[in-house]
Design a protein around this ligand. Structure first.
Ligand code: SF4
Length: 161
């Protein structure tokens, strides 16, 4: 863990942090749909309203109506937080997650049950998921319509192009 510089410390003498490497793994059993990850991503990359590098889908379980959450990542724009990782820091979305649902994991440490989710284009192919249910993948592949209770997304919708 990096320590804070002391006042007056000569930063040129500090040992550079090693780049952080790995793949995103999302444990859907831990995701509470808080949007901390998507907000952190937007702030880090100055993503305009109505656009996303990653976002959190809210989905209703068709069997009991309970809500479940599914973070998805844009294949074209999400770069796994490359700039922060080059300075030895995890991506902003990973740092912001309060439940450790979203993590950066070395390929060798990837849990065996983690696997890609959805058809090409539904989320970034390199991301691995744990704990998804079949209906979630079906909804994701069908476009995962925005849920009307998702206030954060509704706010964004008003600014969509
Ligand atoms: S910050 Fe973590 S818990 Fe919150 S929506 Fe993102 S992945 Fe889920």
């Amino acid at each position: 863990m990096a320590r804070r510089p002391e006042p007056g410390e000569d930063l040129s003498r500090r040992t550079p942090l090693q780049p952080v490497d790995g793949l995103f793994v999302v444990d859907l059993r831990r995701c509470i749909g808080c949007h901390a990850c998507s907000v952190a991503c937007k702030v880090e990359h100055a993503v305009p309203l109505g656009e996303f590098r990653m976002r959190v889908r809210w989905m209703e379980d068709p069997s009991d109506g309970r809500m479940a959450f599914l973070p998805v990542f844009a294949a074209a724009t999400c770069d796994y937080g490359r700039a922060r990782r080059s300075f030895g820091m995890p991506p902003a979305c990973v740092s912001a997650c309060p439940t450790s649902a979203l993590q950066l994991t070395a390929a060798a440490d990837m849990p065996a049950e983690a696997r890609p989710l959805g058809q090409p284009g539904s989320t970034k192919p390199g991301v691995r998921y744990i704990g998804h249910r079949p209906w979630q993948e079906a909804k994701l592949n069908a476009g995962a319509a925005l849920h009307p209770d998702d206030e954060d997304i509704l706010y964004e919708q008003g600014h969509s192009r």
